[in-house]
Design a binder for this molecule. Structure first.
Ligand SMILES: NC(=O)c1ccc[n+]([C@@H]2O[C@H](COP(=O)([O-])OP(=O)(O)OC[C@H]3O[C@@H](n4cnc5c(N)ncnc54)[C@H](O)[C@@H]3O)[C@@H](O)[C@H]2O)c1
Ligand SMILES: O=C(O)C(=O)C[C@@H](O)[C@H](O)[C@H](O)COP(=O)(O)O
Ligand SMILES: [Zn+2]
Length: 365
């Protein structure tokens, strides 16, 4: 067993030419504005957060904005509020602030806040700066990195959006102290996803340390965040706008997004949908002769040890889930295009997947 004890801050670059940016991971980063204030170019700053996170951490950020014209815009909490209407409300807050083109939005919160704030930044005056300050594990390891921004429609997840990269990502792991355990575990699902797609050694490392990670060991957590961010940064640098390889980061998401939508964004957290979705993708891959049952079993065991759900919640109908999957953004020419699995560390984009095979894995066992 490898022993991990290093808790020093670290920084990982997302390399995208003139739009490159650092992802800083460590403790005490929000309170010490020397870590992020240099990324602000103009005078106007709008901090977008929500009614749960703002009472906990907004004062730390506002303290670092002294001397600037800053205000905040708060969302109600939850995935159901990642809407077009709220982008409109946030844009109005920018107008009220008198934000010029050198203004900056700071996204302080989880993936919902980050996706919506990033999209708002992409829209205001056709694009202004934004900084991601993720406060959930999921946002630290995934949504704050890579520039996918957007909102949901009643018809499905993330159907409207833009690629718009942040100027910096500041992941202050002190904020995780207040994160509920269920949300923490949902973030671990996106860590497992990275390993399942592209890093067999990382997958074994997660198996080795699953219990300590679930118990939030600080040094292991920093290492896990850094490894996942490094992996994602590499994929994004090679394929920023998902012309190819980046689609692999969607392992489990065609199923997962359908599950989240079917649950009206309240039954399952995003990471939970991804956990179940990865297993369904693994079972479908097995059915198509692409992967072995032993790999599916290893994936299921790891997810269970991280307290993640592995079964479709009762009452969700296979046909209804399939209908939602038909609207997934990866599909082309009216056929299903899914990310399937060749076993631990290897995923693949597969076009023209037969709907009968998908239905077979959606049926209750
Ligand atoms: N853009 C991307 O690449 C990308 C990647 C993955 C997920 N996503 C999106 O991210 C969203 C999921 O993000 P999430 O899991 O962070 O959910 P979330 O933003 O809803 O946050 C989860 C919950 O934790 C609360 N919270 C946040 N920080 C907290 C803290 N420090 N202490 C206490 N409570 C805190 C929030 O108020 C919320 O109730 C989904 O909309 C998903 O589609 C986007
Ligand atoms: O960054 C990516 O690329 C991802 O696919 C990361 C996913 O974990 C994330 O949930 C993303 O929002 C899904 O994107 P979408 O294009 O399927 O909406
Ligand atoms: Zn995701």
């Amino acid at each position: 067993m490898t022993i991990v004890t290093d808790t020093r801050p670290c920084s990982i670059d997302v390399v995208l030419g003139a739009r490159s940016y650092p992802v800083s991971i460590g403790q005490g980063l929000l309170s010490d504005s020397r870590h992020w204030r240099h990324a602000l170019r103009g005078r106007h700053v709008l901090v977008i957060s929500n009614h749960t996170v703002a009472p906990l951490y907004l004062d730390r950020v506002l303290a670092g904005l002294e001397g600037l014209q800053a205000s905040s815009f708060l969302l109600d909490d939850g995935e159901a509020h990642k809407t077009f209407a709220n982008v409109g409300n946030a844009l109005n807050a920018l107008a009220q602030l008198g934000a010029t083109r050198d203004a900056c939005i700071i996204a302080l919160g989880g993936g919902v806040v980050g996706d919506l704030a990033g999209f708002t930044a992409a829209c205001w005056m056709r694009g202004i700066d934004f900084i991601q300050m993720p406060t959930t594990l999921l946002a630290m390891v995934d949504s704050s990195v890579g520039g996918k921004t957007g909102v949901n429609l009643p018809a499905g997840k993330n159907l409207v959006g833009a690629f718009h990269q942040p100027r910096a990502v500041i992941a202050d792991i002190d904020t995780l102290a207040t994160l509920p355990q269920r949300e923490y575990c949902a973030g671990l699902a996106e860590v497992v996803k990275g390993a399942a797609i592209g890093d067999v050694e990382f997958f074994s490392w997660l198996e080795q340390h699953a219990d300590a990670l679930a118990a939030r060991d600080t040094a292991l957590l920093i290492e896990a965040i850094a490894r996942k961010v490094r992996y994602k940064a590499g994929v994004v640098a090679r394929d920023e706008t998902e012309q190819g390889e980046r689609a692999l980061l969607n392992l489990g998401h065609s199923f997962g997004h359908a599950l989240e939508t079917a649950g009206k964004y309240t039954a399952l957290l995003h990471g939970e949908g991804v956990a179940i979705g990865m297993l369904l993708a693994a079972r479908l891959s097995e059915r198509l002769g692409m992967s072995a049952a032993a790999d599916t079993a290893r994936l299921q065991r790891l997810l269970e040890r991280l307290a993640l759900p592995t079964a479709i919640p009762p009452g969700m109908q296979p046909q209804a889930l399939l209908a939602l999957m038909r609207l997934d953004k990866k599909n082309l020419a009216g056929t299903l295009r899914l990310i399937l699995w060749r076993g631990i560390g290897r995923a693949e984009i597969v076009s023209g997947v037969n709907e009968a095979d998908v239905l077979a894995v959606l049926e209750p066992a």
